[in-house]
Design a protein around this ligand. Structure first.
Ligand code: IMP
Ligand code: MG
Length: 180
């Protein structure tokens, strides 16, 4: 499919599944080479990263634990007006090599919250793996250790990413046509 309609929007094919698969294998190979001998916990950030994580982790051949988290925001008293809370971290990550697995890093605010919360559990180190990154929007300095594709500041769906909760199941990644 070259275009898809989701609700009121049209999206155009951007990254075909064959390219995603190749990239995913390359990223897994890098992880296999770099993290050999470490005590690894992959922390997959739901919902968006479910498909990427499923493909990436089947090519990782090192011993590891896999766990899934979500971020909940609620109105609070911090300066930003919201407080982020980690839900679902039921793994002991103390002194372990944690690899955060994300679908996309845009401004980096989500990553910043996750990084801060995970650091509170005293991991040995925290690495970051993301399929997509929008460097034009990034406002933080966390090093992205394993990166799939840098993309322009356009809205994308598919392969885990949603538009108003639809489109996560698409096999390829599509970009909003009005952004082009
Ligand atoms: P950040 O906190 O600005 O880095 O944004 C991260 C979150 O925003 C991601 O986990 C996605 O849920 C969402 N997001 C950012 N860009 C896109 C996009 O192009 N399509 C779908 N979701 C996006
Ligand atoms: Mg996400």
């Amino acid at each position: 499919m070259n275009t898809v309609q989701i609700l009121d929007k049209k999206f155009k094919l951007s990254i075909p599944s064959a390219d995603i698969n190749l990239k995913t294998r390359e990223m897994a190979d890098l992880i296999n080479a770099n993290l050999k001998g470490k005590d690894i916990v992959f922390v997959v950030v739901l919902n968006g990263a479910f498909m990427f994580a499923g493909d990436l982790l089947r090519y990782v051949h090192l011993p590891n634990h896999i766990t899934f988290i979500k971020l909940a925001s609620y109105a609070g008293t911090s300066t930003s007006g919201t407080v982020k809370q980690l839900i679902g971290l039921n793994e002991d990550i103390e002194n372990k090599t944690v690899v955060i697995v994300e679908d996309i890093i845009d401004t980096g605010h989500t990553l910043d919250a996750i990084f801060g919360l995970l650091q509170g559990f005293s991991p040995a180190e925290i690495k970051i793996a993301t399929l997509l990154h929008k460097p034009g929007c990034y406002r933080f300095n966390y090093k992205i250790d394993y990166l799939g594709f840098s993309i322009p500041n356009n809205f994308v769906v598919g392969y885990g990413l949603d538009y108003n909760c639809y489109g996560r199941n698409l096999n390829d990644i599509y970009v909003l046509e009005e952004n082009l």
